[in-house]
Write a new protein. Sequence first.
Length: 94
Amino acid sequence: MGIQKESTDGQEAGRIIESEIFKKTIQTLMDGYTNEWMNSEDADSELRERTYKKLQILGDFVNELKSVFLTGVMADQQIKEADSKRTNRKESLF
């Protein structure tokens, strides 16, 4: 993936992460899964296992989105540094 694509993807991931509906949705899912897990019957270990997996997958999803965002931040820094070097080279020619 090119650096410009990483930057664009990172910006989009940032918009999603900061979205109130995204935050609300993730929290609703986390709360629902946690309640399901905590309120399960003692004998229902299968339900707890499924619910635990749901929590893990939700965490993995959020972490991957954060990773895309941070990769974009680093790509933006690299782009700025490259632009700065080009500007400095042009100035030194004159």
